[in-house]
Design a protein around this ligand. Sequence first.
Ligand code: GTP
Length: 334
Amino acid sequence: MRAVVLVGGFGTRLRPLTTTIPKPLLPVVDRSIVEHLVGHLAQHGVTEVVLALGFAPDAFIEAFADGTCAGIAMTYAVEPEPLDTAGAIRFAADAAGIDDTFIVANGDVLSDVDLTALVAYHRSTGAEGTLHLRSVADPSAFGVVGCDDDGRITQFVEKPAPGTEPSNWINAGCYVLEPSVLARIEPGRKVSIERVTFPAIVADGRLYGLLDDCYWLDTGRPEQYREANLDLVDGKRPTLGVRPGVSALADVDATAIVDRSVVRGGAIVGPHACLTESIVLDGARIEPRVILDRSIIGPGSRIGAGAILRNVVVGVDVDIESGSELTDTKVPES
Ligand code: GTP
């Protein structure tokens, strides 16, 4: 089975990390978000992935130059302009010649959804589309569904006003579609699957959903991106076990303290630095006595000696002066 993975968004909420690096290519411990995602798809029988590219396509083309991603065949389609979710699915599916049941996944969601069960359920109901549903405490930032007892979706409301949600079951960003859905999407135009296509399929009674309260994380905001990393270090993803946070290719001084943190290859952590729940990306330099608390340091950035950063996101190749004290901010501000 083939899967279209949507990776063309601008990732604005994760700026300044995503000013030059597309969100799905940001690492979560030992590999990029999209590699974690595609690896999971492959475990459930996906044999080819089509990346729907928009923002910064060259970064993906370089990252997967051998035509594979997480060990399976990868092709891509580059939109001439952002076509939004449905427009992107149509464009990518046309480019890849998809003419059979296929999977769509948002390229920034990490989950252990039982895709095999989702596909089996899809086939058993004869649905045109079947969504992975997940329950969340506050559904108002998501696409929220109302379902009947058979799993048929009777309502799909994207980002409803708080208090008006039909349930606390949301579209978890992974779905199975019949190729007939493609004919519902006008080609070459911006179309949102959440606002246009899903409500149209609901009106025909052919959209279904399956609740699976598995490990699931939308990595769209800095706190969630940090959480995705810490979850692997803590072993909270049952399918992946515990991953060491400090890369063998990092240079961490023996006197530094690294507590529930990730230090990527090529990064340097100097003497008596103290990292707590922080992410230090490739080639970043943490100088002596720096304190990093709940912070993310972008690739190639330098944090000068003695600086104290609490809940800070530092972008790519940024220089933070020695002795700086920063709290609850982004550098540069975006
Ligand atoms: P924000 O700007 O922070 O909201 O992030 P985003 O750009 O990733 O948007 P959002 O999280 O809403 O998008 C969900 C998924 O759809 C992500 O995997 C995006 O990469 C992808 N996506 C959003 N818009 C487009 C588009 O126009 N084209 C393509 N190919 N993918 C898109």
